[in-house]
Design a binder for this molecule. Structure first.
Ligand code: FES
Length: 169
C-alpha cells in the first residue's frame, strides 16, 4: 500500500475541480472565439476594387475617378469612398495616382492652379506635382504621389491599394 493515500475529501475536491474546469473551458471557448474572430479574419485589403470608369474612355488627360467599397474593421462595417486621378500615358498604359498630398495629406487636383495647367496642384500650401506624380522641388511636398495598381476586367477599371510611385525615376 502507498503511504500517500488520497482521502475521500481530496478525491472529491480533485474530481470537482477537474470537472468544473472542463465545464468552464467549454463555456468560455465560444465566448473567446466570438470576441477574437473578426480580428483574426483575413481582410480583402489586397483585392482590386471595381470603379465605374470605362477603360476605353480614358485619354491622356487625367480624370477624377471616385469609387466606394465596404470596409470591415473588426465588428464595424462602413462604406468607404476613395479617389484616383487616372489617365493613359504615351505607351497606352493606365496610370492611377493617389490624390493624397505627400506634404500634409490634402487632396490634389489636376490643373487646379491656372498658372500651372499641366500639373497636379495642392491648394493647402501650393504643392505641385508633375503629371506622373513627381513632386516639384521648391514646393512643400517631399515625395511623389502614390499610385494604384490597375487592372481591366470587362472594359471596367479596377484599382488596388496605393503603393509608392514607380513611374518617377
Ligand atoms: S498639404 Fe499639400 S502642400 Fe501642404
Amino acid at each position: 500500500m502507498s503511504k500517500h493515500r488520497v482521502s475521500r475529501r481530496q478525491f472529491l475536491n480533485y474530481t470537482l475541480t477537474g470537472v468544473g474546469g472542463f465545464m468552464a473551458a467549454g463555456m468560455l471557448m465560444p465566448m473567446v472565439r466570438f470576441a477574437v474572430d473578426p480580428v483574426l479574419k483575413t481582410s480583402a485589403a489586397g483585392d482590386f476594387i471595381a470603379t465605374k470608369q470605362k477603360v476605353a474612355e480614358l485619354t491622356n488627360e487625367p480624370v477624377r475617378v471616385d469609387y466606394s467599397y465596404e470596409q470591415k474593421d473588426a465588428w464595424y462595417t462602413s462604406e468607404v469612398t476613395h479617389t484616383a486621378w487616372v489617365y493613359k500615358n504615351k505607351e497606352g498604359n493606365i496610370i492611377a495616382l493617389s490624390p493624397v498630398c505627400k506634404h500634409l495629406g490634402c487632396t490634389v487636383n489636376w490643373a487646379g492652379d491656372k498658372n500651372n495647367p499641366n500639373k497636379f496642384y495642392c491648394p493647402c500650401h501650393g504643392g505641385l506635382y508633375e503629371k506622373n506624380g513627381k513632386n516639384i522641388p521648391g514646393t512643400p511636398p517631399t515625395a511623389p504621389l502614390d499610385t494604384y495598381p490597375t487592372k481591366e476586367k470587362d472594359g471596367i477599371l479596377y484599382l488596388g491599394q496605393p503603393e509608392p510611385n514607380k513611374y518617377v525615376k
